[in-house]
Design a binder for this molecule. Structure first.
Ligand code: SF4
Length: 348
């Protein structure tokens, strides 16, 4: 069961509460280059990105937000380190959310100024604790970088915002180590009810980072923890979105496309199944139907093993069977298999 969390709004997108789990990404363009940043965000949107974050290292980047916002459709978060003036400028320029740690802003007056700007416009603030940036005294107090020091650090930042009566907050506690990340979120979920943004930080390349993120994010989501996710990959952020959406689909948390089940092939396979699966993915990958389609290599085990699929094909020698819920409905030539399958999908 999903953990109960408070809800907040990032632009028009709800996070926490009963809102669907959202997928976030972050641009890797220079935010001051408005054209390149907009193009990348629109590409992320086309892949289903729900929320996007941009780095705001200086005033020019904070001011670029206005023009970027006018050309995109999803909520925009400004990622700010230390400088409260950049946070205020980003808010003035229409940003939907801030990622800034109040403990790093400086005096209470500066925190108050940021909060006051956010309050006027209902802008949520994400507190992001990273295992690599925990203060030395906190590490010493808790004998190292562990879930206790990470959660303590997050609570320190939370307290600063709560003291100025601000609780439009979202929290993240990321580490590069999967087990540490999972334990930190589990602990945080026990003591706070703010929405949690989950992910494994600096997870690596698209190949290894996908595995690492899927294990970490997947483990947490299975425990009901996580309101919004980011897969952090060294590469094109579009890949982050694709992986993030697929993690949600795999766990049944997103049902926007046909789920394809396919067998690994073996010595019984008599058709070019690997190629057929690729073609099926291309032909039906974008059809928005919450159904399962199985592509199996043989009629001996195929229909039975894929009984839970709504539709499927099972290969034979130069031909294939089409089956529905495990029951064979027709036999067709191998070269017509794909067209027949698509016809049957369209009938559902
Ligand atoms: S479905 Fe048939 S071809 Fe595919 S792995 Fe199983 S036995 Fe082999």
């Amino acid at each position: 069961m999903r953990r109960e969390s408070r809800e907040l709004l990032l632009g028009k997108v709800g996070v926490g509460g009963c809102h669907p789990i959202t997928v976030q990404s972050m641009t890797n363009t220079d935010t001051r280059d408005i054209e390149k940043t907009v193009i990348q965000i629109l590409e992320l949107e086309s892949q289903g990105c729900d929320i996007v974050r941009v780095a705001v290292p200086d005033m020019e980047a904070a001011q670029a937000i206005k023009k970027i916002k006018s050309r995109i459709n999803i909520p925009l978060i400004a990622d700010i380190h230390f400088d409260y003036r950049l946070a205020i400028e980003a808010v003035i320029n229409g940003v939907d959310g801030l990622r800034i740690n109040p403990g790093n802003i400086g005096s209470k007056d500066k925190v108050r100024e940021v909060v006051s700007a956010c309050k006027d416009r209902q802008i949520p603030i994400r507190i992001g604790v990273n295992s690599g940036s925990i203060k030395r005294e906190v590490i010493e107090k808790f004998n190292g970088i562990n879930e206790n020091s990470m959660v303590f650090s997050a609570l320190e930042h939370v307290r600063i915002l709560e003291e100025v009566n601000y609780n439009n907050i979202k929290i993240s506690l990321k580490a590069t180590d999967v087990a540490l990340t999972v334990n930190a979120y589990k602990k945080a979920a026990e003591v706070i009810d703010y929405p949690l943004h989950i992910g494994i930080t600096e997870a690596g390349t698209p190949w290894s980072g996908t595995i690492k993120s899927s294990i970490g994010i997947g483990s947490l989501l299975l425990m009901g923890i996580g309101d919004t996710i980011r897969v952090s990959l060294t590469g094109n952020p579009v890949e982050e979105v694709k992986v993030g959406k697929q993690i949600l689909r795999t766990l049944g948390l997103l049902k926007d496309k046909i789920e394809i089940i396919s067998c690994p092939t073996c010595g019984r396979t008599q058709i070019d199944l690997i190629n057929i699966v690729k073609q099926v993915e291309e032909r039906i990958g974008n059809i928005s139907k919450p159904i399962k389609v199985a592509i199996m290599g043989c009629a001996v085990n195929g229909p039975g093993e894929a009984r839970e699929a709504d539709l499927g094909i099972a290969g034979g020698a130069g031909c294939g069977l089409i089956f529905k819920k495990g029951q064979i409905i027709k036999k067709v030539e191998e070269d017509k298999l794909l067209d027949e399958l698509v016809n049957e999908i369209n009938k559902l």
